[in-house]
Ligand binder design. Structure first.
Ligand SMILES: NC(=O)C1=CN([C@@H]2O[C@H](COP(=O)(O)OP(=O)(O)OC[C@H]3O[C@@H](n4cnc5c(N)ncnc54)[C@H](O)[C@@H]3O)[C@@H](O)[C@H]2O)C=CC1
Ligand SMILES: O=C(O)CCC(=O)C(=O)O
Length: 388
């Protein structure tokens, strides 16, 4: 029986794919085998030694201590692209909210006194909410991954000019991107050309503060800045300076900030990008399937720290081993198996950066002494036996 701990609400349709005879699922679990999480901050509490995998039902994994998990030989999975459409639609809504003063106008109508001549009040005041159109404006998209590509294509379909910047764009992403989206040679070029600017990059040491004081000097006065990626992507000081001197016309964000809550130029949403029934279900289905494949067969799909590794099962048992990616690890493993008289039926080894992962199917049961001997090899991060 595998014990799964959920740290956030995970779509029921996803959880239903965990058969009750094999899995128990709860919020509070002693010694869980795996954790299912959305946005809960896993940096804040120690992660139990029993955890063999973490599955993020979403895209960003900055709430998970990925480097620490790699050092423990624990894969972290996510659901690439599974919520991208939901985020795209909210980004489009965000551009429209900013362009047409929709939030202010809604506030005005909600505050109207229902008595008297409503029609007159509406017609007299509507000039306060005159907006602009998106068509003909330029949108700069930083990060052309699952979300950025969809946002770029949608904006083009709305009549916007679109330019994008992503030095690591994938071939798949390029296939999906409209040929009408122009490539910016640099971030500076993109900043200078954009009326609307949107970021769709992961938060990491390279992207933290990607919109900072330098960007502020380059952007068009009154630029509409959209941040549906992560709070840290936009530097706090640069944002406040830009709002104060009017360089930033509007800030539309999925991450409310305490001191900006009352600022009329700031439109904040409560991290709603992926909050649609469809996206929540897509993410849950994807990560639950990946988690099952890992726990039951050791296979790895869509991990952010492990290499893709899949092998059909043969033999009586499977040994799953994560180790430091250095010479002679396979040699030592096969030596230890040979010493124990265990024959390798088939094996698959793959590496990613500093980590390597092997699936070894064997013809006979794996004794505890062999597991201990493998774990004792210098550089082994984790060992697990399935189907013994
Ligand atoms: N508001 C919300 O509810 C949601 C927010 N997100 C955030 O959006 C981010 C992006 O999500 P996806 O598009 O699904 O991820 P993705 O991994 O498909 O795309 C990210 C893209 O950013 C690019 N990139 C990385 N560093 C870059 C840099 N320095 N400059 C330019 N491009 C760079 C990558 O090459 C990649 O193409 C997530 O990491 C997450 O933080 C994702 C889903 C929901
Ligand atoms: O699960 C959520 O609602 C947050 C989604 C998100 O931010 C992500 O997928 O990176």
């Amino acid at each position: 029986m595998f014990k799964i701990q959920t740290l956030n609400n995970i779509s029921r349709n996803g959880l239903d794919r965990l058969p009750a005879n094999l899995y128990s699922v709860a919020n509070e679990v002693a010694a869980p085998d795996a954790v299912l999480v959305r946005s809960a901050d896993m940096h804040k509490a120690p992660i139990a030694a029993s955890v063999k995998a973490i599955a993020r039902a979403g895209a960003g994994t900055n709430n998970i201590p990925v480097a620490e998990m790699s050092a423990r030989g624990v894969p972290v999975f996510n659901a690439p692209g599974a919520n991208a459409n939901a985020v795209k639609e909210l980004v489009v809504a965000g551009m429209l909210l900013a362009a047409r003063n929709i939030a202010d106008a809604l506030g005005f109508v909600r505050g109207l006194d229902a008595s008297g001549d409503l029609h007159h009040k509406v017609e007299a005041e509507k000039k306060r909410f005159v907006g602009t159109e998106l068509a003909g404006k330029t949108l700069g998209v930083v990060g052309l991954g699952a979300i950025g590509v969809k946002v770029a294509n949608a904006a083009y379909a709305l009549g916007m000019r679109v330019i994008g910047f992503d030095p690591h764009m994938t071939v798949d992403g390029a296939w999906q991107l409209s040929a009408e989206v122009a490539k910016a040679g640099s971030l500076a070029e993109l900043f200078a050309a954009s009326d609307y600017l949107t970021f769709h990059v992961p938060l990491n040491d390279k992207t933290r503060g990607a919109f900072g004081t330098q960007a502020l000097e380059l952007v068009r006065p009154g630029v509409v800045l959209l941040n549906f990626a992560r709070e840290g992507i936009v530097d706090a000081a640069a944002l406040r300076k830009g709002l104060a001197d009017g360089r930033i016309g509007r800030y539309v964000s999925d991450f409310p900030e305490a001191d900006l809550l009352g600022d009329a130029r700031v439109i904040s949403l409560p991290h709603l990008g992926a909050s649609t029934g469809e996206a929540e279900e897509n993410c849950a289905l994807m990560v639950v399937d990946q988690l099952r494949d890992f726990l039951e067969h050791g296979n790895v799909r869509n991990s952010v720290n492990f290499p893709e590794t899949r092998m059909a099962r043969t033999g009586s048992a499977r040994i799953c081993i994560a180790n430091s990616n250095r010479p002679n690890m396979i040699g030592q493993l096969s030596h230890v198996l040979g010493e124990a008289g265990v024959n390798i039926a088939q094996m698959h080894n793959a590496s990613r950066g500093e980590l390597a992962y092997s699936l070894i199917d064997v013809d006979s049961p794996v004794p505890d002494s062999l597991v201990a001997a493998i774990a004792a090899i210098d550089g082994i991060l984790s060992v697990r036996v399935i189907g013994n």
